[in-house]
Write a protein that binds this ligand. Structure first.
Ligand code: ZN
Length: 413
């Protein structure tokens, strides 16, 4: 799949020596160092293109954009892979409900998503892989699991069986009862007759009448969601055999911890005997005025709509950075207005011929980012510096500051 256009990232001045990045690992609940290395492998779950992408999506991909920018600023290469689930039940259901072709629906929603990412200056993935184009990989992965004795049929569908070696449950740490409850809410069927274990997940669904299907040794059908990400991550990130894990970071919104990431981890473990990710990183959800954002409630805030109303995408970026990535947050007009005022002040300060000390500010911003991506502190530092700047002061270098803000935060004036 074609990714969105490349975003130029200026190099950070060599005088800035960055600390190792620390991030909260959802598996351990601890803030954990991402050790320095020449190349990182990062996989972030992409969208299922059936519904409008909103600020919640923007916040998630912004989080991994900041992680990618920081790791790149240390001089490392980041191999970044993202999927797009361009065939799945929600997409087919929505297309049928609205009387449109599922391919047209997917295409229009992918366009909307990628244009949002482009306007927010989110760095595109190096590999942007659709589920449909990944079907041969997925089928190979299912075959690999079958060779381990972990695949069984129910009617003409195929399921992945969680064996003890998969250490299922060690990512999300939920009780069996809770896992079954969430699994049911998110499309799973723990009570399906013929299942070996209630939480076994679908890896290959046989073609249903009126639905698309692709040929495979399992018959005509389509892949399950979890195995799609497992197969794409393993193929496109080329794990290093010397590592005890397969990739450095697996990421997404915190609604993906269970069942999606738990399932991917489990499948990868059975396929390779290794831990999928050294660090599982999850972003919080965004609501509006006290409620969860959803199309059914009619309260989606869309990046494209804000931009069409004249809001600078950099203000949206700045506003989203005002909260910590792991926390759920409520969006409001007031939050946006405050961010706009603070950003305009910063922009004005950076345009002055004389500005106060900036090197110390860049060091402090980098330190805050290294500390589990503490963007609220970054915004506070910028706001305080801009206020000081407007009162006068000299000794700083506005050009260097602007370059640093672009490199580390993706902010461009
Ligand atoms: Zn995924």
């Amino acid at each position: 799949m074609k990714s969105w256009p490349r975003v130029e990232v200026p190099p950070l001045h060599s005088k800035y020596q960055l600390n190792e990045l620390s991030l909260t690992n959802s598996k351990t609940g601890l803030i954990q160092v991402v050790p320095a290395k020449p190349m990182y492998r990062m996989y972030v779950c992409g969208i299922t293109p059936y519904d409008a992408t909103h600020l919640g999506h923007a916040a998630t991909y912004l989080t991994f954009d900041l992680i990618g920018r920081y790791l790149r600023a240390t001089g490392s290469v980041v191999n970044y892979v993202q999927n797009i689930t361009d065939i799945d039940d929600p997409l087919l259901e929505r297309a049928a409900r609205d009387g449109i072709d599922w391919k047209d629906l997917a295409h229009s929603q992918i366009e909307l998503f990628t244009s949002d990412m482009e306007s927010l200056r989110v760095l595109p993935p190096d590999s942007y892989i659709g589920a449909v184009e990944a079907i041969p990989l997925v089928v190979d992965a299912i075959q690999g699991l079958q060779q381990q004795g972990s695949i069984y049929p129910i009617n003409h569908d195929y399921y992945f069986s969680n064996s003890p070696e998969s250490t299922f449950g060690e990512l999300s740490h939920l009780s069996q009862e809770k896992m079954e409850e969430i699994f049911s809410q998110r499309g799973g069927n723990p009570d399906l007759p013929g299942k070996l274990h209630s939480l076994d997940c679908l890896v290959w669904m046989s073609q249903r009448e009126g639905e698309p299907g692709w040929p495979s040794y399992l018959g005509m059908g389509r892949p399950g969601w979890h195995i799609e990400c497992t197969a794409i991550a393993l193929e496109y990130l080329h794990p290093d055999p010397a590592d005890s894990f397969l990739i450095d970071i697996q990421g997404g919104g915190n609604d993906l911890i269970f069942p999606h990431h738990e399932m991917c981890r489990s499948q990868a473990r059975v396929l390779t005997g290794k831990e999928l990710a050294a660090n599982y990183v999850h972003a919080g959800m965004i609501g509006l005025d006290g409620e969860k954002m959803s199309k059914s409630k009619g309260n989606l805030v869309l990046v494209s709509k804000l931009v069409s109303q004249g809001i600078d995408p950099m203000v949206i970026r700045y506003a989203l950075m005002g909260h910590h990535y792991r926390d759920d947050q409520m969006w409001s007009d007031e939050l946006l207005s405050k961010a706009k005022a603070s950003f305009e002040k910063l922009k004005q300060a950076c345009s002055l011929a004389e500005v106060p000390e900036t090197s110390k500010l860049v060091v402090e911003i980098a330190s805050a980012l290294a500390n589990d991506l503490d963007t609220p502190t970054v915004i506070k530092l910028l706001d305080e510096w801009a206020s000081e700047c407007l009162l006068g002061g000299s000794g700083g270098n506005a050009t260097d500051l602007k370059t640093s803000l672009d490199a580390l935060l993706g902010l461009k004036f």
